[in-house]
Design a binder for this molecule. Structure first.
Ligand SMILES: [Zn+2]
Ligand SMILES: [Zn+2]
Length: 418
């Protein structure tokens, strides 16, 4: 069978790969029709259930905000990368790269770092009331910008084909923080208003662009306050309409959001310029649904597609039809063929239109794609739109039965495509 050279990568956590053992992990991943691993290089805390655990725990709580390699401390300024305490986990990038059979990609969580947020509250995102969000570093802060560039370039040194950036901007308000709780309903209007950062650096950047950030901050705080005190709970469709109307009515709000997007694009452009030419850059613009709302986190799909080599889009949807609809909408927001900026020169993908800038991430198991059963339809539908590159989430979280089903679907897909 002819093997595809397109991206067929499996997202993986270092602790799961280490437990399986690098040679066994590589053999199994190749057998399942994949040619790459997108391994966490920088990652946050969490609580993960491990269905395939052998000797290790069934539930793992990883160290927060650490990197899974030995950082080059010279590269960093005030904010520094903290290595994971276990040297075995820090050796995985080198072991996978030395073996050479899988393409290795560095899944790099940039600005979602509660460890750094707790240590440097002055650099976290702050809402219209000045409340600090410990889990979200603000990219408008020069020290944070410098850290983001240093971290991405450090990750690029780990023998990887590409660096995949997650959270290059502000996190959304709703985040799954420890016991996150409210006794009123969340909605997209409230979450968007609470997610806007008005820290000193953001207000200053807005001012430099001719936007009255302080005045906007007062207006937003007033609107949130009035809503919180009112005896109402908007249903989701109402909240979406409120948000659209606010963006139309309040030109300064729209300009402020575009200014945020310019900050994130600049982070990504600066990272691209700092990476070696042989290492590609992919950006995950959001992990929220749908992709069209990436702007809430400061991601400008069109600008990021031009600034990076790839947009890596998590099409995390309940069924294949939603995946395909979201992909259709995502593609129409990207630069078309003539405008496409390929930083790697003569790649034939530059003839293929905007779809060639997109790598899709799919979750072939619960809660997506009919618990994974609709993976073949999703792959076929995305391929029909011109998307050729796929990653799958996640090696340690899916049952091995789901991973085997992924392998079968992928063998079939790549056989019929070639
Ligand atoms: Zn988190
Ligand atoms: Zn800010």
């Amino acid at each position: 069978m002819k093997k595809t050279s397109a991206y067929r990568s499996l997202y993986a956590y270092p602790w799961d790969v280490a437990e399986e053992g690098v040679p066994a992990f590589i053999a199994k991943t190749l057998e399942r029709g994949l040619n790459g691993v997108t391994l966490a290089a920088s990652y946050h805390a969490g609580k993960f259930l491990r269905p395939n655990a052998r000797s290790g725990g069934r539930v793992v709580f990883p160290e927060d905000g650490v990197v899974y390699f030995d950082p080059d401390h010279q590269r960093y300024g005030e904010l520094r990368a903290q290595p994971h305490s276990d040297p075995a986990l820090r050796r995985l990038f080198a072991e996978l790269a030395d073996d050479g059979r899988l393409n290795v990609h560095a899944w790099t969580v940039l600005l979602h770092n509660s460890r750094l947020g707790a240590a440097y509250p002055q650099y976290t995102a702050r809402n219209a009331f000045g409340d600090s969000y410990v889990y979200s570093l603000c990219p408008a802060q020069p020290a944070v910008f410098e850290y983001a560039v240093a971290l991405a370039c450090d990750a690029a040194r780990q023998g990887v084909r590409s660096v995949v950036l997650e959270t290059p901007g502000w996190l959304p308000y709703a985040h799954g923080y420890h016991h996150e709780f409210a006794q009123l309903r969340s909605n997209v209007w409230l979450d968007t208003m609470l997610g806007l950062c008005f820290c000193d650096a953001c207000v200053k950047a807005a001012g430099d662009a001719g936007i009255d950030g302080a005045g906007l901050r007062q207006r937003i705080a007033g609107r949130i306050d009035a809503y919180l005190k009112a005896p109402v709970d908007a249903i989701e469709a109402q909240a979406a309409a409120w948000l659209a109307a606010d963006l139309l009515d309040d030109q300064e709000l729209a300009a402020y959001i575009r200014q945020r997007q310019a900050v994130v694009t600049e982070v990504v452009s600066t990272i691209r310029a700092g990476l070696p030419a042989g290492v590609q850059l992919a950006v995950i613009p959001t992990v929220q649904r749908p992709t069209a709302q990436s702007w809430i986190e400061g991601s400008d799909l069109r600008a990021l597609a031009a600034a990076a080599d790839w947009l890596e889009v998590p099409f995390y949807e309940a069924d294949a039809a939603r995946v395909i609809a979201d992909a259709h909408d995502t593609l129409r927001r990207l630069p078309t063929t003539g405008e496409s900026v390929s930083t790697l020169g003569s790649d034939p993908k530059s003839d293929m239109g905007s779809a060639v800038k997109v790598r899709a991430i799919l979750r072939p198991g619960a809660p997506d794609l009919g618990d994974g059963a609709q993976l073949p339809q999703a792959l076929a539908g995305l391929a029909a739109l011109g998307i050729r590159d796929f990653a799958f989430y996640n090696h340690g979280l899916l049952r091995s039965e789901r991973l085997d089903a992924l392998g079968a679907a992928l063998h079939h897909f790549d056989r019929s495509a070639s």
